[in-house]
Design a binder for this molecule. Structure first.
Ligand code: IPM
Ligand code: MG
Length: 363
């Protein structure tokens, strides 16, 4: 029997292309695992009205962790949803499977390293090396949304000024939710001998929920006297990240700001082809590239698989296979530095699998 069972969830678009690449690398690293395919994505929404079938969730519960490709997030609006009358009329509401998986498995940490590998022609500046800790289960992703204000809610003081036909999305930050992600960021900073954690918020305007996040940050920071603690409004942070990137190290943010700065930071180290994510809870974890499903490239084996290979490397670390993780990262480093095998985003014409084989050869 294999040492690990791993759920393998390609999803939509280029999800399969990039997971095939990760498989080549994991096999070369000789991970002793059984990979179990799970259905997820647009196809299952279209045919079953459920982008995340229960059978997939049940299967995942029998595994140690999961690798995830990408999902085409549609329909985006209620109007789009009405375009599929057979589903809409049955009352199906589309919910993003990845957001649901993060909540279902309580994967409250979204860890997103953004490291500029030397030799990458797309680096904004060499030496950039951030790690984002994004809260992954609450905030504006809590799913508390109403297309019209529920009548009972109109009775709340202050609501009488709001038009009853307003759409509202509720931002939920709980003390427990804030504390556990902030603590994870500090623990990581301390154990990796990094220097500083910056709290990302907009507490000057969003006083209740972001105010709580900042308050808890300041409290937790006191427990880590050797780590420098700093905070910034998310808007000014975007400016400073570009202006003085070396002032930043570990960033901790509520869900939505974490989502937004993730793409900004990924772009600083070569774009979404280099952004990997670990969705991590206390008992389960799911690893994925930060990029989307790029439907126009689906099945063409054209896109850069490095983000997914780095996600696989994070999975190896999480499993405690640190030696294999280091070998994968150093292989990626060498391939980027040599610059002989490059996908189109890096100015080359190598395929997704060429790049995976180039990495595998160095392991
Ligand atoms: C991400 C993505 C997802 C998110 C989408 C696909 C729902 O943008 O992982 O950053 O918003 O979290
Ligand atoms: Mg995103």
């Amino acid at each position: 029997m294999a040492k690990y069972k791993i759920a393998w969830l390609p999803g939509d678009g280029i999800g399969k292309d990039v997971l095939d690449a990760a498989q080549i690398v994991l096999d070369k690293a000789e991970l002793d695992a059984e990979y179990i395919h799970g259905d997820v994505g647009w196809e299952f929404w279209r045919t079953e009205g459920e982008p995340l079938p229960q059978r997939t969730v049940d299967m995942m519960k029998t595994t140690r962790c999961a690798m995830f490709g990408a999902i085409t997030s549609k329909p985006k609006t209620v109007a789009d949803q009405e375009l599929i009358p057979e589903l809409h009329n049955k009352g199906y509401v589309y919910r993003s499977p990845i957001v649901r998986l993060r909540q279902l498995f309580d994967l409250y940490i979204c860890k997103r390293p953004c490291k500029a590998y030397p030799g990458n022609p797309l680096n904004y500046k060499d030496g950039v090396n951030f790690v984002i800790f994004r809260e992954n289960t609450e905030d504006l992703y809590s799913g508390l949304e109403f297309n019209r204000i529920p009548p009972d809610m109109l009775k709340i003081k202050g609501m009488e000024h709001v038009s009853p036909d307003a759409a509202i999305s509720i931002k939920v930050n709980t003390p427990k939710g804030c504390e556990r992600i902030i603590e994870a960021a500090f623990e990581f900073t301390k154990s990796e001998k990094r220097k500083k954690v910056t709290c990302v918020h907009k507490a000057n305007v969003v006083r209740a929920s972001d105010g709580l996040f900042l308050e808890i940050f300041n409290k937790v920071a006191q427990r880590y006297p050797t780590v420098e603690a700093d905070d910034a409004n998310v808007d000014s942070l975007c400016q400073w990240l570009l202006k003085k990137p070396f002032n930043y190290d570990v960033l901790v943010a509520p869900n939505l700001y974490g989502d937004i700065i993730s793409d900004l930071c990924a772009q600083m180290v070569g774009g979404l082809g280099f952004g990997s994510s670990g969705n991590i809870g206390n008992n389960y974890a799911l690893f994925e590239p930060t990029h989307g499903s790029a439907p126009k490239y689906a099945g063409m084996y054209k896109v850069n698989p490095i983000a997914t290979i780095l996600a696989a490397k994070m999975m190896l670390e999480w499993l405690g296979e640190t030696d294999a993780a280091q070998r994968v990262e150093s292989a990626v480093e060498q391939v980027i530095k040599e610059g002989r095998v490059r996908t189109y985003d890096l100015g080359g014409d190598a395929s997704t699998l060429d790049m995976a084989h180039a990495v595998a050869e160095k392991i």
